[in-house]
Design a protein around this ligand. Sequence first.
Ligand code: ASP
Length: 448
Amino acid sequence: MKVAKFGGSSVANATQLIKVGNIIKGDPKRKFIVVSAPGKRFSGDVKMTDMLIDLGTAYHNGDAYEAYLAPILERFTEIIEELGITDSVYAEIEHNIKSALAYEGSLESKMDAIKAIGEDSSAKILSAYLNTQDVSASYINPKDAGIIVSDEPGNAQILKESFDKIYSLHEKDGILVIPGFFGYTKEDKLVTFSRGGSDITGSIIAAGVKAEMYENFTDVDSVYTVNPTIVKNPKEITTLTYKEMRELSYAGFSVFHDEALIPAFRERIPVCIKNTNNPEAPGTLIVAEKEANEKCVVGIASDTGFCSLYVSKFLMNREIGFGRKLLSIFEDEGISFEHAPSGIDDMSVIFRDRQFTAEKENTVVNRIKEELHVDTVSIHRDLAVIMVVGEGLVNTIGVAEKATSAFVKANVNIEMINQGSSEVSMMFGIDASDINDAIQALYESFFE
Ligand code: ASP
């Protein structure tokens, strides 16, 4: 049996939902279906989840929330009418929205209840539609599916006991349509995963039912070797390992939620990324292990919005606990770091810029000066990180040379190099303004 998850663009309107119906009918193994909330129908459109967040915020602030509610109801009406399913689905959705707005509890929990309506409604609509197509399907609430999570609003974590319960979904007949993105605590409180979390639900269900495959339907034919907005028509990746996918999604490959790999990875369930608009395309397969003879570099990820903090202090290498003290300042200030390359008398900490407000910068720099008595401390914002990723990297001679020659060709200065301890990636830090030139040159050198 397979688990098939359909992302926001796959359930954005009736036309897309009809394609989803055909995909489900096309393979009798597709028994467990997970859906997102309706996503963007065109560029500039607003995702249902964002519309719901705006509604919840307006309601909370005492603003005229009806102006936010109306377009939400209109979108659902349009989908329901075009699919020709019964009005009772609409009545149920409307009722759910009203009860979520009236929810009495913390604001965070209330927002979670409101956000979850997008996925919950998609699942109800899809199962009703499948039944009109002579496909026996039922909507399964995540509580009944066995998705038990921690009480961390907007960032739920799955609890271990969920998996056995999920396995018993096999006993149910027909196709089961489960809304993504949320679960319930042991106390029966609805809590959502982080944004994009329907991928996580799909992976949890796949692990729980021990599926032979987790298919993740999105709107691209595959995962590409580089960001297609930088390089035109880049080559597709046919197979990659979980580790490689994790490294790629970390730095800008946003096809798949990075946390979502964990449950599938633990059960070694292959994940296939496929296109709802072109289901015949083979897609990209993510597996635990792959043949060693394949190309050593699978993809090049890049992302901007990084910041580096550099400190130097003479004889740093002899000072026991220096690194810990430096990182504990980051910990106290609630900043998570990404890399920390170091030398004998210096150390850099690289982290996401968005965590570092001017105020934070001030506090961190002052604390470093006062508590660690360093010689210099400097900050570099507008840093881009490029990751050259591939499991074969460790045993292949000349990868760094190939990469650095590409930087030379593009006339891009490398500010930092780090062959991560993972041995799956090589990281380069460059000025963000050079990113397009660098990626273009790296692509030519590794893939053309
Ligand atoms: N609808 C949620 C979001 O926009 C979850 C998802 O689509 O995966 O974040």
